[in-house]
Design a protein around this ligand. Structure first.
Ligand code: AHR
Length: 659
């Protein structure tokens, strides 16, 4: 017998064993009915998206691939991240200068004065070290000028914590004018905790600024770009939208520290750095070296959306600082610049190259519009002050851009006085989209799988803009991305999908966390300097997103939607492009359960079942075991239009059937 035949027979044996197992359990099975002919609602292309915020070193130290921390000496403590490096026989000193005369956004630079032939220099520690890969190329750049008449060369070296050199290059600044110098080199070893040494190789005095090092293997190999492995994880989700930049970071602790998109475009050296509001937010997770360079600014954001096929959804400050912090508000009669920022952002995204802001977009390299269709006004803002300001924004945006859909805040919680007030006001305003947030216990997600079954079908659409089951409690550093939370979110998401006529968008929050620099847990994707992995929650999000289909059809148990009977939660959609029926069935019970799925009026014969499961509710994915919770597929066979499947304890079952 050939090896191929043996494998085939072995496969058949497994299938028949498996079928025997399915039959054995089928005794107490449930009988579900699916009605593919009765289309209940359309699933919007935006249904499952992602929400990026610069929290947990999400941008600087994360997605933005810059390896040098405090590259322009603009942190509050100008030498943060830098250390003087005096090797044997070296002598020199440094001086931080602040002139303000080169560019308002980048006022400081450093003067290195080497007084020995053996040179003198500095070391940058990176963001918890620098992740360096063997044979990868690295691009070094620096703005420099000679401060005396010498012609000092600058030597740059990547070194391991033990001091071994794993990559080096030199640049030779000339003259007393500021100029940008670049050098590229390859790394000879992989090292997660490298440092960058920058030194003068003889006597001399040189001024330096914007000392930068990027890997060449960025996303799409764009110089100065984004970390490719992190973008890839997003692209793999095929997200319908990308909400950006927050989150509370939109609001800032104070209005001065709010996110201002206009300061995040143009040359990176002219972008005005500010403190990251998560730097000091949690006493138990202080991150004093967390700032925003805005290297990942609004242009890069729109470009990223385009790359991964996601609709952009920017959120803008509404004239209110974070109400958990200072709660500062702009007087209503001085709101104009804020409103103008919103109008200008639409022009930056969509305007013709002849417009002021469209021209800036074109100058940055993208003459074609970015096709912005939605805009959020305010993040988790609440109270009368919010409604008062929102009305002014809405009037201005709608009169100039009637087709732009506005996302409105319903505050911090999915219920309570703040929510009730805003929900009533927003519905009275005939708001386009209401953003609801839920950071709740897993049990809440199970109990709320029917939340939208009775929502007003004619009112505003719902954006489940931030949600994540909390294994301990909101903002607890002990929260885990465990299977219990992911399973509960999956159950809840079947309720969102079932109500896709009301809920048109949903995104888990937060998105990224650096293992050594996070403030908030749980998070969808964890990274360190070299690695990244999707959590169990990520696997759930991806499964739903890549199987979103385009029309909702009924999936019933005893003639009712499946929302917790026998601890099962389910939804069904059709994918008209592939002519498939897609079922999502969550077994939240700790026992195996069996179900017959009768597909009415269609003679479906085969398909696949893809399962996410773990018998342990506290199971998690990790850097070392990123696939503990990951999809496993098997073929599915139907007889007489009926599919029988055994659902493992604590499992999410994705069934695709060819119609
Ligand atoms: O996702 C973390 C934070 O939670 C967001 O910044 C904020 O909107 C919410 O309170």
């Amino acid at each position: 017998m050939t090896a191929g035949k043996k494998a085939l027979l072995a496969g058949m044996f497994c299938v028949s064993l498996f079928n025997a197992g399915e039959r054995a359990l089928a005794q107490g099975k449930m009988s579900f009915v699916v009605k593919p002919a009765q289309i209940k609602a359309s699933v919007q292309p935006t249904m499952w998206g992602v929400f990026f915020e610069d929290i947990n070193l999400g941008a600087d130290g994360g997605l933005y691939a810059e390896l040098v921390k405090n590259r322009s000496f603009e942190f509050d403590t100008p030498m943060m991240g830098w250390k003087e490096e005096k090797k044997e026989g070296q002598d020199g000193s440094y001086l931080i200068l602040n002139t303000g005369n080169r560019s308002k956004a980048n006022r400081r630079y450093i003067r290195l004065d080497s007084r020995s032939e053996k040179g003198y220099g500095l070391t940058n520690e990176g963001f918890r070290g620098m992740g360096i890969k063997k044979d990868n190329g690295y691009d070094f750049s620096v703005w420099a000028r000679q401060a005396d008449n010498t012609r000092s060369r600058i030597k740059v070296s990547l070194v391991t914590p033990e001091g071994a050199e794993i990559g080096t290059a030199t640049v030779s600044p000339e003259g007393s004018e500021w100029k940008k110098y670049t050098a590229s080199f390859k790394a000879s070893a992989t090292e997660p905790k490298a440092r960058l040494q920058v030194s003068l190789d003889g006597k001399g005095t040189v001024d330096l600024d914007m000392i930068s090092l990027f890997p060449q293997d960025t996303w799409k190999r764009r110089p100065g770009g984004l970390r490719a492995d992190m973008v890839q994880l997003l692209a793999d989700m095929k997200p319908g939208f990308l909400r950006f930049p927050g989150g509370c970071i939109v609001e800032g602790r104070t209005l001065d520290e709010r996110f201002q998109w206009k300061k995040t475009i143009g040359n990176v050296e002219d972008r005005d750095l500010i403190i990251n509001r998560w730097n000091v937010e949690f006493k138990h997770r202080l991150t004093p070296d967390y700032f925003q360079t805005f290297g990942l600014g609004f242009y890069e954001y729109f470009q990223l959306c385009e790359d991964i096929g996601a609709s952009p959804l920017p959120i803008l400050n509404c004239g209110m600082a974070c109400q958990f912090n200072t709660a500062e508000v702009v007087p209503v009669d001085q709101l104009d610049p804020y409103v103008q920022d919103a109008l200008d952002l639409i022009e930056f995204a969509n305007g013709p190259v002849s417009s002021v802001w469209g021209k800036k977009r074109a100058e940055m390299g993208h003459p074609a519009p970015f096709n912005l269709k939605m805009l959020g006004v305010g993040n988790e803002n609440w109270g009368e002050q919010y409604i008062e300001r929102l009305k002014i924004f809405t009037k201005a945006i709608k009169s100039k851009y009637p087709d732009i859909r506005i996302v409105n805040s319903s505050g911090t919680d999915p219920d309570g006085a703040r929510f009730d007030y805003l929900n009533k006001e927003l519905r009275a305003m005939n708001a386009d989209i209401i953003d609801e947030h839920y950071y709740r216990a897993p049990q809440w997600f199970l109990e709320n799988a029917s939340r939208y079954d009775n929502y007003d079908r004619k009112g505003p659409k719902i954006f489940a803009g931030e949600y994540a089951a909390q294994s301990v409690r909101i903002a607890s550093p002990d929260n885990k991305n465990n299977w219990e939370c992911a399973l509960a979110e999956a159950a809840f998401m079947t309720g969102l999908e079932r109500n896709a006529d009301v809920v048109t968008m949903a995104s888990y929050a937060p998105l990224f966390a650096h293992a050594e620099g996070w403030q908030w847990s749980p998070d969808l994707i964890w990274v360190d300097n070299l690695r990244s992995y999707g959590t169990a929650n990520y696997q759930v999000q991806r499964l739903f997103s890549v199987n979103k289909g385009n029309s909702v059809v009924p999936l019933l148990l005893n003639n009712k939607p499946v929302a917790g009977q026998e601890k099962v939660y389910a939804s069904a959609v059709l994918d008209s492009k592939t002519n498939e029926l897609i079922l999502k069935v969550v077994n939240a019970a700790g026992k195996e359960q069996s179900g017959d799925f009768m597909i009415e009026g269609k003679n479906a014969k085969k398909g696949t079942v893809t399962e996410l499961s773990s018998s342990k509710l506290d199971a998690v994915n990790s850097f070392d075991q990123p696939q503990t919770i990951s999809p496993v597929s098997r073929p599915a066979h139907l007889t007489g239009g009926k599919l029988t499947i055994n659902m493992k304890p604590y499992s999410v079952n994705l069934i695709r059937l060819a119609l």
